[in-house]
Unconditional design. Structure first.
Length: 402
């Protein structure tokens, strides 16, 4: 029963430290690829429950249910590997060829594990129990573990490489995720030869603690800081709205900067580009999908609210950058400083939120990001034109998703 007791402790600790992830009412906006991570975490809990049952059944020597639990045990273990890879590729979301490769390998692996376990029922090539309930490993079990190690190694190396390329906090999070993969493959390697010890369950406990501390909580702290900054900006905006001079530079519907303010900002930036005193500059162009449909079916008041909701999405995500309403349903953000350095993380998180909104019938905003190319771009307009083109491509893609 010591085996089952260790697994019970692992189960309880994972449940406690991941309460916010498992709680459907919690705010998860700061957690990129949340759905994928939550599915992975649930698969881990399912695996540990089966591990607990294995420890109990092995002690009670109930042959039939011990065999059934062992089959489901290996299936759930494979599921944790597959869902982990899905989470990582959703998190990175930047190399389509890698996504396609991993999805293909996962499908092949799922077919393999199911087929092998079915064959094992007739011919014990994976595992078997003798009359005394003693467990014996087959060749297929070692091959399966080696495949799982290969999955974790491939994804971990890829994630570590991507993390090493970044110099921001997201890079450190990628390194933590890569470290989780290395830790898991080590645990599988040990479990391969020491089947009577719940090594993989212990590894899941250690790994999820790493993710909770260095990924989940770290993003939460960053999100809270950004939210505090947003509240400060909102306070400043209210004070500015009280000034007649500032009213011309503030959009009356949304409260963000107006097209006049954008034109003035562009003129100032064009001067800096001409003098070559600026090296880091990004422009994001936004356009709301379905506004005409909302106006036609629900009325212009609903349309105005739709614009406000879209604007709030943009403001929350790009809290450190000025947001401009440059048309009826068009917005622009000028990225500099800290937001520019984490632009890929911000735009990826924004696009993930948009795709979730698309599924849930909420506001949908197409976006396109482009950055200054020194010694080639002569004006902000050139950057804007490229970003605008990307935005329309994204707009088309979102309509196809719908």
């Amino acid at each position: 029963m010591v085996y089952a007791s260790v697994c019970i402790v692992a189960f309880l600790v994972i449940m406690i430290i991941n309460y916010e992830v498992l709680n459907p009412r919690a705010d998860h906006r700061y957690f990129i690829a949340f759905k994928e991570y939550r599915r992975f975490l649930l698969s881990v809990l399912l695996f540990i429950v089966l591990d607990i049952m294995w420890g109990i059944l092995d002690a009670t020597e109930i042959m039939f249910w011990l065999y059934v639990d062992t089959v489901i045990y290996f299936l759930s273990m494979a599921l944790t590997v597959i869902l982990w890879t899905h989470y990582v590729i959703k998190l990175l979301n930047n190399h389509k060829w890698f996504d396609v490769l991993i999805h293909f390998l996962c499908q092949i692996y799922a077919i393999y594990i199911i087929t092998i376990l079915i064959i094992n029922f007739y011919k014990p090539i994976f595992f078997s129990y003798d009359t005394k309930n003693d467990f014996s490993s087959g060749t297929a079990r070692f091959i399966t573990y080696e495949i799982q190690i290969g999955f974790f190694l491939l994804v971990a190396i890829y994630t570590l490489i991507q993390g090493g390329k970044r110099k921001d906090r997201e890079g450190w999070r990628y390194l933590a995720i890569g470290a989780f993969g290395i830790e898991q493959l080590i645990c599988i390697g040990i479990q391969m030869y020491y089947w009577a010890v719940p090594v993989y369950s212990i590894g899941c406990l250690i790994g999820t603690c790493i993710l909770h501390t260095f990924v989940f909580e770290d993003r939460k702290v960053e999100y809270q800081k950004n939210l505090e900054k947003l509240l400060e900006i909102n306070k400043e905006q209210k004070e500015e709205l009280g000034s007649a001079k500032q009213s011309a530079y503030r959009d009356s519907l949304t409260g963000v900067k107006s097209k006049n303010a954008y034109v003035e900002a562009v003129e100032r930036l064009n001067g800096s580009i001409a003098e070559k005193t600026i090296k880091e500059l990004g422009i994001i162009v936004f356009d709301l999908n379905n506004l005409k449909e909302v106006n036609d079916t629900l009325g212009h008041e609903a349309g105005d609210q739709y614009i406000k909701d879209g604007c709030m999405m943009i403001c929350k995500r790009f809290a450190h950058s000025p947001v401009f309403r440059i048309g009826g349903d068009e917005f622009a953000v000028i990225l500099q400083g800290s937001d520019f350095s984490v632009r890929e993380m911000l735009i990826s998180a924004f696009e993930n939120e948009v795709e979730e909104n698309l599924e849930n019938g909420k506001v949908v905003v197409a976006s396109g990001l482009e950055i200054l190319v020194p010694d080639r771009d002569k004006s902000v307009e050139e950057i804007f034109e490229r970003a605008d083109k990307k935005m329309y491509e994204r707009k088309k893609a979102l309509k196809e998703m719908k």
